[in-house]
Design a protein around this ligand. Structure first.
Ligand SMILES: *[C@@H]1O[C@H](CO)[C@@H](O)[C@H](O)[C@H]1NC(C)=O
Ligand SMILES: *[C@@H]1O[C@H](CO)[C@@H](O)[C@H](O)[C@H]1NC(C)=O
Ligand SMILES: *[C@@H]1O[C@H](CO)[C@@H](O)[C@H](O)[C@H]1NC(C)=O
Ligand SMILES: *[C@@H]1O[C@H](CO)[C@@H](O)[C@H](O)[C@H]1NC(C)=O
Ligand SMILES: *[C@@H]1O[C@H](CO)[C@@H](O)[C@H](O)[C@H]1NC(C)=O
Length: 489
């Protein structure tokens, strides 16, 4: 079955069991992943607890479907409950931090209608864009292989103070074999990540990772990589680690993370008691203000996504429910499929960015393609594991997988928006490389207090293969530097 998408973190710090809340309180800032796994574990324990709730036949299925999981998912942000807005600003924060969704949600963004959503011909996947294609990759990093790297990673759990415990796989006994590999593209080199080089390229700039916990994963990786050259200042993070800002003063570089599961405006479906469930109503014709309101002021945006679409979700358009994904058992609704939903929100997101009138004209957006999971023999809590100790061979990964299809959809939509002129878009096409890294997930390697019997085969260890995403990002940034001069806002 489809993997359990990352669940938003457990929000309430009290009232959810003293042991858990104590753990949460101690670690509330340490890791989004910790929190989300806690919420999943907690939901799992409730499912099987003495409360007499129906016991699902498959724990993974129960979690993917369970309203209980979503009942714990109380942390959806709505305009106006922005914790950041109430927090003091540290150095490095600028006026752009103060925008509220109401003030600056780019109302001018009109989104494509359902009718315009037919898939563009796949023959146009690459090189289909018009003369305004500015970010064509100089090196096709999708073709290549993982080769031995005796030097190991750029940082370790001892040299990266901000490494979250939940991705600190070495601390919890993971085989270090996965650390000694690097991606070797067929036709070019992907140089070892050079923190100083990155900081030079982004001097004076603001870069945001926008998306779910895998966007956070990449941000955590970049923080570790860059901290080898300069220690960042935490400007602020919200209580749930969903929005955060770090500043590298010597380079005046601002690094941000912004949470959105779907990019489109989405609200959890309520159950009969009014409690939010794991299912979302996704409004394909409206972008989420939580991230669009924070676009102004950015020089670089890295978008991604896809993993949240595997649960049951309803798709809305023009105020009507037009279909669903994974709602198989429900009558009268067309299951439009995950690739369709992903296509629509990627299209909406990139078109929204292309047209954002309050954004810098020089804003450059990269889409980091789909990051696959590697559960084997089950899912999160149904005995799924990922205990391999070396990358898969090329022949062991399936180009017929849904992940590969989502990557194709994402690339097509970026090509499409490139053809429309305006702002610049690029791709960090990591899907193939990551499909081969079944050995790079935490698996069962985290604190046993937090998760007794589950495996995380979705997120990536730090250090680990996810660091390669930032190597690719650095390459893309170098290729387009010197960046266009910032425009007057
Ligand atoms: C959009 O499609 C619907 C049916 O799917 C049709 O009734 C409607 O006229 C179409 N609108 C446009 C603008 O093509
Ligand atoms: C770092 O990783 C080593 C294993 O490589 C482990 O023994 C140690 O406990 C970890 N230290 C921290 C602070 O995470
Ligand atoms: C499905 O559609 C039919 C005909 O439009 C209607 O009679 C029926 O009540 C619908 N069922 C559900 C579950 O909405
Ligand atoms: C842990 O998982 C294994 C197999 O996946 C199962 O046999 C065992 O009962 C589980 N333990 C608990 C405490 O759930
Ligand atoms: C990996 O997990 C599988 C399934 O739980 C198990 O059968 C196998 O022995 C494990 N391999 C290693 C190397 O631990």
């Amino acid at each position: 079955m489809a993997p359990l998408p990352p669940s938003p973190p457990l929000l309430k710090r009290s009232g959810s069991g003293s042991e858990w809340s104590a753990v949460v309180q101690r670690n509330v800032k340490s890791s989004l992943l910790l929190l989300l796994v806690l919420s999943a574990v907690f939901a799992f324990s409730i499912l099987y607890s003495s409360r007499g709730l129906a016991v699902a036949t498959s724990a993974g299925e129960a979690l993917a479907q369970s309203p209980l999981l979503a009942a714990l998912d109380m942390s959806r942000r709505v305009p106006g409950d922005d914790v950041e807005g109430q927090r003091g600003r540290g150095q490095g924060a600028t006026a752009e931090d103060n925008v509220t969704p109401e003030q600056s949600a780019p109302a001018a963004i009109s989104l494509p209608s359902a009718n315009s959503s037919a898939a563009p011909s796949s023959a146009h996947e690459q090189n289909a864009a018009g003369p305004s294609v500015q970010l064509e990759e100089k090196c096709d990093i999708t073709r290549g292989k993982w080769v031995r790297e005796p030097n190991g990673p750029v940082y370790t759990n001892l040299t990266c103070p901000m490494l979250p415990d939940f991705k600190n796989c070495q601390k919890f006994g993971k085989d270090p074999g996965h650390l000694y590999w690097r991606w070797q593209p067929d036709g070019c080199e992907l140089p070892r990540f050079a923190p100083e080089r990155f900081l030079d390229v982004v001097r004076g700039k603001r870069l945001a990772f926008i998306g779910d916990s895998l966007a956070r994963n990449q941000m955590d990786s970049l923080l570790c990589l860059l901290s080898q050259a300069e220690t960042p200042t935490e400007v602020h993070t919200d209580a749930f680690d969903r929005f955060g800002t770090w500043h590298f003063p010597a380079h005046d570089f601002t690094l941000m993370v912004m949470w959105t599961e779907f990019y489109a405006h989405a609200v959890p479906v309520a159950d009969a008691q009014g409690k939010p469930t794991a299912t979302f109503d996704i409004h394909l014709d409206r972008l989420g203000a939580e991230w669009t309101s924070r676009l102004p002021g950015l020089d670089y945006a890295v978008i991604s996504g896809g993993n949240w679409f595997f649960r049951v979700n309803y798709l809305w358009e023009g105020g009507r429910r037009v279909g669903c994904v994974n709602c198989g058992r429900e009558a009268n609704l067309t299951d439009l499929g995950v690739p369709y939903a992903v296509r629509r929100v990627v299209r909406a997101a990139v078109e929204g960015i292309a047209r954002c009138k309050d954004c810098k004209s020089g804003l450059v957006t990269f889409l980091r393609t789909y990051s696959p999971d590697h559960f084997e023999h089950g899912s999160w809590f149904s005995g799924g594991t990922c205990n391999r100790t070396a990358p898969l061979e090329e022949g062991e990964v399936s180009m017929g997988s849904i992940g590969w299809e989502l990557r194709r959809v994402q690339r097509q939509e970026v090509s499409r928006v490139r053809g429309s002129g305006g702002r610049r878009f690029g791709v960090l096409d990591v899907t193939k490389a990551m499909m081969m890294r079944a050995d790079g997930h935490p698996g069962a390697h985290f604190d046993a207090r937090w998760m007794r019997n589950g495996s995380d085969c979705l997120h990536w260890c730090l250090p680990g293969p996810v660091d390669m995403w930032n190597g690719v990002l650095l390459q893309r940034l170098v290729e387009i530097s010197p960046p266009p001069p910032p425009t007057v806002r």
